[in-house]
Design a protein around this ligand. Sequence first.
Ligand code: GAL
Ligand code: ZN
Length: 696
Amino acid sequence: MRLGVCYYPEHWPEERWAADAAAMRDLGIEIVRIAEFAWARMEPEQGRLEFDWLDRAIGALASAGLKVVLGTPTVAPPAWMVRADPDILPVDAEGRRRNFGGRRHYCPNNPRYRAHSARVVTALAERYGRDDRVAGWQVDNEFGGGSTGRCYCETCVAAFGDWLRRRYGTLDGPGGLNEAWATVFWSQTYTAWGQIGAPILQLNQPNPSHALDYRRFSSDSIASFATDQVAILRHLAPGKWVTTNLMGLFADLDHYDLAAPFDFVTWDSYPTGNLERWEAACYGDEPRPSAARPYAPDAGDPYVTGLAHELTRGLLARPFWVMEQQAGHINWGRMNPTPREGTVRLWTWHDLAAGADTCVYFRWRACLFAQEQYHSGLLHHDGTPDLGHSEVASLATDRPSMARVAAAPGRARTALLFSYDDLWALELQPHRAGFSYLRLVFAWYRAAARLGIAVDVVPASRRQRRATAQRPLADYAVIVAPSLHLADADDVAALEAWAAAGGRLLVGVRSGFKTPSNRVVEAPLPGALRGLAGATVTAWQGMPPGAAYALAPGGHGLAHEHGGDAAGGVFVGAEATVWAEALAPDATTDVLAHYADGPYRGTAAATRHGVGAGSVTYLGVHPTIETAASLLAEAAAAAGVERLAPAAETLPDGLLAIRRGDEAVLLNFRDEPCRAVVGGVAVAVGPRSVEVVTLA
Ligand code: GAL
Ligand code: ZN
């Protein structure tokens, strides 16, 4: 695995550059990312381009044998531009035009901003496109960060109108916008395209179809802004790769569409900050890991970080980079704990095991000024080594085993389907607080991780699978669809064909509820999946926090009982929490579990329907981690999918085991040592430490 570091030559006196570069090289750094915020330095006034300083900075790094990742600086338009043309600034969801002085202060649809961006990217690419000292390019920085995924300015609203016209063609009649959005409700009917505004500041709430389309449009807008830059770089920097840095579980943009034009994707991993950021979405009303789980508090949550790794790797189904790896305390969380010894090494190993081939630490040296002065770097403010530096230095002895792991591919045979459309629709109308798409996905991912079952996160949409060159579904023996909420007929047909050929499909609650335009289907639930499931959802409810209905295996007492406990003990002691659906199975559908109490007492809670050589399991309850794990374990056993945890056991909470080729990487995120049997081998792993074992 290659190591890199983020560096801001413009923050330091030029006399320091050569010494920094030499110290980076001595630490084993090969890659240095620079320039992504330096527009005002590159173009101090319109049309006056100044690259001499950048030439010298790249030169200083190159003299030490380092290669550069060059950032396009479009995340930070300079003051002269913004003051001359304030309409470049974005408008937020409160309808406020945001100010200059931070970053990401631009509207992605503003044509003049796009022209400025194209101009600076062209100039940069003309100068460095064929420069051997440049390894590749990063476009912009963290698209959507700081709530900038959606701009609501007049330019955007007008562009939204055009986007809608392309999508629907007509306002009236079948397939028109009025029908798709059901604008008959609350007198919303539009009689001209120009009447359609932004889905913000409505009294009560916006129409969910309107809001969903605005999310799609905004995501397309940013993807198109990114694609323009990629096109310039492809032309002027031939043979060089182009990437961008994403934010893991951040979901305001459709990352499949965003990722498609890039050679590979990268993400910025800040485990302590991301835990705070995503904890509520991942754990809902379960006890917070920070309170109830045994992970070292300064190491983050291995499952939250782990899902972000998987999602990112899955965007283009190929190795990715961590473009910013936390390497000490950060400044933007609530508590910002300082990671203790071992943690940065553990995170680096986690990156590698999850499929990253390069890890770039943020940042080389703590900054003496401005917004991030309390953020750590590998070096302290005064230039002496901080803990992160010694952690990276300590990796020198790990390098041979890291190289062995890097060379070996992971090969998941279980896929976890993911859809930003489904996530958004459920975010717009969760029905019950604490019901989130991410939480559903997370429950399945966490269950797989506890079993040591490798998963690929794969787009649920066939169109997106093609656009992102995913492995064929036929590569997977088990597919989990946590919820196919806005089920599309084409996507369902692909799953049906896959199941008929022998696949085991597990489908979760609220599937098939809606059409792609975010209205409820006029059909028995689960709508487009009704035939595949071989069961009807006859009733459903969001359950209050803390409420639980007991489940019991099989269909005892029900009309359709096929051999009782068809799922081999999966539902013994199980319960429904969060969400419950009552199912009515067809005559040929097995009942895997029924409600033993509560309002749906005696009705089916989980069913299994044979489809050709395969099967479809419909789980009518929000899975607890135990239920998800036992269903997944059963499917894996039946399909011959490897699990690293021994039969009838899970790995200890906080211990990840990831197989790469013949090696299993064990990562202990706990403060205590941990023993486990992994792939039949007994291993002890020290606190916040790593072991690599070779499996037979
Ligand atoms: C990232 C960002 C960096 C820096 C870092 C601090 O989100 O891309 O520029 O601000 O956070 O943790
Ligand atoms: Zn805008």
